[in-house]
Design a binder for this molecule. Structure first.
Ligand SMILES: Cc1cc2nc3c(=O)[nH]c(=O)nc-3n(C[C@H](O)[C@H](O)[C@H](O)COP(=O)(O)OP(=O)(O)OC[C@H]3O[C@@H](n4cnc5c(N)ncnc54)[C@H](O)[C@@H]3O)c2cc1C
Length: 359
């Protein structure tokens, strides 16, 4: 027998928990299905841990240059285990906080994997292997995204995506970052500030493609001062692991680079894999995004999709905005669609840059 809810949300990242908390505040009876930790990519494997690392880099940078300000100190030494412990404490505290908010707003949290069945039914395989069924008058799909990979650079050993890099317990001496987008630049900035030799390998003619050139140039200038080697217009081809645990990356016209860690940062793909959409009328684009109208409605009545699962800017605040838009729409409050060309963007490398509007 299915439990009945006004809204069932699949995925507990910023989009999903944002929708669940907003809807419950509006008086809806809400279920939230999350297969991993509440908070999603942003809190567990994205924005928050990456910013915790960037803050460590910032403190190190300041102490290393303290003498310039008339403050004498010995050369700073990084204890990356402490950095990781600090990151974990921040993440754990925030995950607990979201759990507390769900509890206080009476959101029913299912710790399991949800897939969409017929008639807005969600079949849930719980973490302990048991099953549950929840029926929603409305459904929100908010299953987020996972890192994209590139052929020949399978995850493992020195080949990492943001997921693995954020669990490193040491600072690699030599790092290659494949992809000069926002996430790649944040890692490049962090490691360069912490003393790694960093090379960015970007296939396009410039890093931070899509950004206003004036903004991107500020970052390029500062990265060059940090001795980050920026190689643009180069395709990476393959890599050959070395006995020491590193690898030699082949790129461009026969060039090679030996590093200890490769950060593959070539974007994120929507993660609809476990949602069971093949059994529904929900349409998925050829790039894997769930197709929605300007109010985040899918082609299945009463089913909405938001956040990184849809083809809009992959940002936590966009996921929140879409969550509120979808809930308001199901409440009949007639919201205006989101003006995506006015979304604020920020990259928290050093220096931090932010922009909004057409570039
Ligand atoms: C390194 C890094 C840094 C970033 N920095 C920033 C930043 O500074 N600012 C910013 O705005 N954005 C940043 N982002 C992007 C941001 O993390 C995402 O845009 C945001 O997390 C998207 O939220 P979401 O709710 O759509 O999906 P997610 O956060 O990916 O959450 C989806 C959740 O759904 C769960 N799930 C998936 N399938 C199922 C299923 N079938 N059943 C149950 N649960 C399921 C997953 O376990 C996950 O918890 C960063 C990302 C990364 C990787």
């Amino acid at each position: 027998m299915a439990e009945q809810f006004d809204l069932v949300v699949i995925g507990g990242g910023p989009g999903g928990y944002g929708a669940a908390l907003y809807a419950s505040s509006a008086g809806m009876n809400v279920a939230l299905v999350e297969r991993d930790a509440l908070g999603g990519t942003c809190l567990n494997r994205g924005c928050i841990p990456a910013k915790a690392f960037l803050e460590t880099a910032s403190v190190y940078r300041h102490v290393a240059h303290a003498a310039d300000f008339g403050i004498e100190s010995s050369a700073p030494v990084v204890n990356f285990a402490t950095t990781q412990a600090r990151k974990k404490k921040i993440v754990d505290g925030l995950v607990k906080g979201i759990g507390g908010l769900c509890k206080s707003r009476k959101v029913t949290v299912f710790n399991g994997t949800g897939s969409l069945g017929a008639g807005r039914t969600v079949n849930i395989t719980m973490a302990d292997g048991s099953t549950a069924v929840a029926h929603g008058a409305n459904i929100i799909l908010s299953a987020g995204s996972v890192p994209r990979t590139i052929p020949g650079f399978d995850r493992g050993g020195p080949i990492m995506t943001s997921d693995e890099v954020l669990d490193l317990d040491y600072i690699p001496a030599r790092v290659a970052v494949i992809g000069g987008g926002a996430i790649g630049c944040e890692f490049a900035s962090t490691f360069a500030d912490l003393g790694s030799a960093v090379t960015i390998l970007e296939g396009l003619p410039k890093i931070l493609p899509g950004l206003d050139t004036d903004v991107a140039n500020v970052v390029v200038k500062s990265f060059k001062k940090k001795n980050i080697d920026i190689r643009t217009g180069v395709a990476v081809k393959s890599h050959a692991p070395t006995p020491s645990g590193g690898t030699v990356v082949s790129f461009g016209e026969g060039e090679q680079l030996e590093v200890d860690v490769v950060v593959v940062s070539v974007g994120r793909r929507p993660f609809a894999d476990l949602l069971g959409l093949q059994n529904t009328n929900v349409k998925v684009t050829d790039r894997g995004f769930v197709d929605v109208d300007p109010w985040c409605q899918t082609s299945e009545p009463g089913v909405y999709a938001i956040g990184d699962l849809v083809n809009t800017p992959q940002l936590a605040h966009v996921a929140y905005a879409e969550a509120i838009l979808a809930v308001k729409h199901m409440l009949g409050e007639g919201p205006m669609p989101i003006a995506y060309d006015r979304v604020p963007w920020a990259i928290y490398c050093h220096p931090e840059v932010a922009w909004s509007g057409p570039s």
